[in-house]
Write a protein that binds this ligand. Structure first.
Ligand SMILES: Nc1nc2c(c(=O)[nH]1)N[C@H]1C(S)=C(S)[C@@H](COP(=O)(O)OP(=O)(O)OC[C@H]3O[C@@H](n4cnc5c(=O)[nH]c(N)nc54)[C@H](O)[C@@H]3O)O[C@H]1N2
Ligand SMILES: Nc1nc2c(c(=O)[nH]1)N[C@H]1C(S)=C(S)[C@@H](COP(=O)(O)OP(=O)(O)OC[C@H]3O[C@@H](n4cnc5c(=O)[nH]c(N)nc54)[C@H](O)[C@@H]3O)O[C@H]1N2
Ligand code: SF4
Ligand SMILES: [Mo]
Length: 764
């Protein structure tokens, strides 16, 4: 059966129907609230268009009715008393104080227009206006449009994420090696999954620095991954804590946080020295093996044991298991972005996977970007130049231009958050005058060194925040607050690493809330009507979904939004071994989409711009080895931000249902360490280092590597005083009291969020 037949059969039921008094809308859920997954969902709405309840979609080929607690809480979240329902403004001198005045959208847009036009007049373009978006949310497309097409500014970036340390470092490693993003093949590209004759489950799933079920990130796969495990895939897990999957793993490695690069190089060395790697694949499809071999030889087992604290024989066993256990699928996590040498570490981990010969095999690691490439415009700025009369030299005003090679070309992607911090501190290369934060509560979550952040914005004359609730970042800095719509109140689509899914509007927006898309569209209409010719937001979205990407891809079919709405999920046609058939390169030649057409252990792309072309390891900027004096004073290695079921980053703290399960911020620590410090389960303890201090409840376990801690991130307390200096208690228990800005890796990507030092003591 071909995939379109399958779609018809599975989705023979309508996308919308009646059940008694209720209307049921079949859709997928994504943002707000945030989550990376976009699971299949049924929205039940009453006659007034109000969301009454949600259910998992039993007919979904991926989730089969499964849904997690955060989605079940959608009605609670949407009609919560904290929801802001109209635009709010505040006098500049009242920043930090809960003194807001409700205004109309027209008044809000007037304010925006006045500020933008004044800046254009002063500077000749909009470079002094920046747009910052949070992670993986619906509005990721629109922040680029907002910067380039509304404001004439190239300064768009991911929140204030130092080193763009979420996925971008791994993307670099994947581009260097494979010429495109790769993912574990757990059957996500086939509508009939395990029944598809071409598919075979992975023999081994390697889970490196990742908790797939809590995170559900970067794909639409965890339910399928658990199905693979039930069907017999074996696990190798690398984590400094024994996780749920770690406890089920055949091989479990527990490295000192931030030493993953050395560990992977040690594993590569064993694979090569013991001749365990796939010779045929390496000879035919890779470039730079000899250089890789020489680099790995610098990491003999004894040295790697010393660096990583993992016993040498365990490392050797892992290498043998990974290389000889059959086809392996690599599923890695944020850890490889949130250490300073993240790009080098990710390069090493992926190189080890390549040595097993599992790339593009069924159940292996497949080159797997977007199903239909429909959301190419997502986070790339080059397509924006296709919009009429945008200055082709605009990119030269990107913050970070000329400082880092990959930020210096016309297609150089985002501005640098670290350079933006410096720019705000020094007014160099120019003064920022206006900022728009969309879907990011960075003071609580994305930005490090909270105490430095708090002083950063005094010179910025106009700051606006779009969010669904009032939150600490808006309370601290905003002059204008724009209330956004929830997932069920907007439409869109989702296309990461798997089938393309539609998101259908099931409810009327609450109060006077408007979707992010509508905000961008309406602001654009005012500032540059010639660039926004569409009748309404729906047409504008349809253009972004359907028309923007004019490049031809093998799966080039693109859908209109209303076609998608009815199909809900559509699958591209998918084959394996596409490096042999020429499907991975735009020129149709066999090979991978790299300069050499091969998987590059030695990256010609990095070499070409003077950056390290091979996988590499370096000690974290602060560690027992790099700063022994500091370590004597601060004897714990602190990783931050392992995920929990109840919260997505700083979200969900105001929901009673979530706080009932998870009332307080936790720090995971080893039981023996705790006993030595006189700390018991549930005690409040302070974590303190050179940047600040924060208070958590101790969560004890024998499974945490001794000498290491893992503190939850993004905590604030919606129940506490909104006014400064409290700002909803955002500095009391926040991991980013203890993390550092402006310590990104040499390419400007990756940062040491997961490798700090601290001391601990009991709180009164
Ligand atoms: N519920 C929920 N889901 C989320 C999010 C959320 O906030 N809440 N956030 C989303 C986002 S944006 C992202 S990027 C993903 C991130 O999700 P993941 O990629 O899973 O990353 P983390 O949860 O930070 O860490 C994963 C594991 O790495 C371990 N670890 C910590 N330090 C190290 C180290 O140095 N080396 C190794 N090998 N392991 C280490 C931790 O113990 C943890 O078990 O989750 C996404 N999904
Ligand atoms: N210490 C430490 N810090 C971390 C991490 C860590 O592991 N450790 N993880 C980092 C990572 S990987 C990431 S990606 C960042 C995430 O950082 P962000 O993506 O900035 O996440 P939040 O700060 O929670 O901000 C999201 C805000 O957007 C609102 N929101 C949700 N959906 C929408 C929407 O559709 N539209 C609008 N307008 N608003 C919406 C929410 O209410 C919330 O206030 O955090 C980083 N911070
Ligand atoms: S992972 Fe959970 S919160 Fe995220 S979309 Fe799926 S069910 Fe919803
Ligand atoms: Mo992230």
């Amino acid at each position: 059966m071909d995939s379109s037949d399958f779609n018809e059969q599975v989705y023979k039921k309508e996308w919308q129907w009646k059940e008694g008094d209720l209307t049921v809308t079949r859709s997928t859920q994504w943002s707000a609230p945030g989550c990376h997954c976009g699971c299949s969902i049924l929205f039940y709405t009453d006659k007034d268009g109000k969301l009454v309840k949600v259910e998992g979609d039993p007919q979904s080929p991926v989730t089969n009715g499964r849904l997690c607690m955060r989605c079940f809480a959608l009605p609670e979240a949407m009609y919560h008393k904290d929801r802001v329902t109209t635009p709010l403004k505040r006098a500049r001198e009242d920043r930090g104080l809960d003194k807001w005045e409700p205004i109309t959208w027209d008044e809000a847009y007037d304010l925006i227009e006045q500020n933008v036009r004044q800046i254009w007049e002063e500077d000749g373009n909009g470079r002094a206006i920046s747009v910052h978006g949070g992670t993986g949310r619906n509005m990721m497309w629109h922040k680029v449009v907002a910067a380039y097409a509304c404001f004439d500014s190239p300064n768009v970036m991911c929140g204030f994420q130092s080193g763009d340390a979420c996925y971008i470092p791994r993307i670099h490693a994947m581009q260097m090696l494979c010429g495109g993003t790769v993912d574990a093949d757990v059957s996500q590209f086939f509508p009939d999954h395990f029944d598809n004759p071409a598919y075979k489950i992975p023999d081994i799933i390697v889970v490196w620095g990742h908790e797939p079920f809590q995170a559900m990130s970067d794909g639409f796969y965890p339910p399928l991954m658990s199905d693979c495990i039930k069907r017999g895939s074996k696990l190798m897990v690398v984590d400094h804590r024994v996780t749920w999957l770690g406890a089920k793993a055949e091989v479990f490695l527990q490295p000192r946080p931030g030493t993953d690069g050395a560990l992977a190089l040690g594993i590569i060395n064993v694979m090569i020295q013991e001749d365990l790697y796939d010779h045929d694949f390496v000879e035919r499809w890779t470039y730079g093996f000899d250089e890789l071999k020489a680099r790995a030889a610098e990491y003999p087992l004894e040295r790697v044991e010393e660096i990583t604290w993992v016993p040498a024989e365990k490392i050797a066993r892992a290498a043998r298991f990974w290389a000889t256990g059959g086809t392996s699928a690599l599923k890695w996590g944020l850890v490889l972005d949130e250490q300073q040498c993240g790009v080098g570490a990710a390069h090493a981990v992926l190189a080890a996977e390549v040595l097993t010969g599992s790339i593009e095999k069924p159940g292996g690691t497949i080159v797997a970007a977007r199903g239909y490439h429909v959301d190419l415009p997502y986070d790339i700025d080059d397509w924006c130049y296709k919009i009429d009369n945008i200055d082709p030299d605009l990119y030269k005003d990107r913050v970070g231009f000329g400082v880092y090679p990959f930020r210096s070309g016309p297609n150089g992607g985002y501005a640098s958050p670290d350079e933006m911090v410096k720019c705000l501190e020094t007014n160099e290369p120019f003064q920022m005058k206006m900022m728009w934060f969309q879907a990011t509560n960075f003071l609580a979550c994305m930005a490090d060194e909270q105490n430095r952040m708090l002083k950063l914005f005094d010179n910025v004359r106009f700051i606006m925040v779009s969010d669904v609730y009032m939150q600490p970042t808006a309370m601290a800095f905003a002059d204008l607050f724009l209330p956004a719509a929830f997932g069920p109140e907007r439409f869109g689509l989702r296309d990461w690493f798997g089938p393309t899914r539609s998101m259908t509007q099931a409810c009327e927006p609450y109060g006077d809330c408007r979707s992010d898309e509508q905000q961008v569209f309406e602001i654009g209409k005012r500032l540059h009507p010639e660039r926004f010719p569409w009748k309404d937001t729906y047409e504008f979205m349809d253009f972004l979904a359907h028309d923007v990407n004019t490049e031809e891809f093998p799966n080039g079919k693109r859908y209109h939004l209303d076609e998608l709405r009815e199909k809900v999920i559509v699958y591209p046609e998918r084959h394996y071994n596409r490096h042999e058939t020429g499907e991975l390169r735009p020129d149709g030649q066999p090979g991978f989409d790299t300069n050499t057409g091969r998987i590059e252990f030695f990256s010609t792309m990095y070499y070409g711009v003077g950056l390290e072309p091979l996988p590499w390891y370096e000690e974290p900027p602060t560690s027992p080895v790099s700063t022994p004096e500091l370590f004597a004073e601060m004897p714990y290695i602190l990783s931050t931000g392992r995920r929990s079921w109840e919260f997505f980053h700083s979200e969900h703290r105001n929901l009673a249902s979530m706080r009932e399960f998870h009332p307080d911020p936790l720090v995971d620590m080893n039981s023996e360490d705790a006993a030595r410090e006189g700390i018991e389960q549930g005690d409040w303890i302070w974590l303190e280092n050179q940047y600040g201090k924060a208070k958590f409840r101790a969560n004890l376990s024998d499974g945490v590597l001794k000498g290491t801690l893992n503190a939850e991130h993004a905590w604030w307390f919606p129940e506490k005083d909104p006014n400064a200096p409290s700002l909803y208690g955002v500095c009391e228990s926040n991991a980013n009291q203890l993390t550092s800005q402006c310590q990104c890796g040499p390419s400007s990507y990756a940062s040491p969020k997961k490798t700090q030092l601290c001391k601990i003591y009991k709180a009164e």
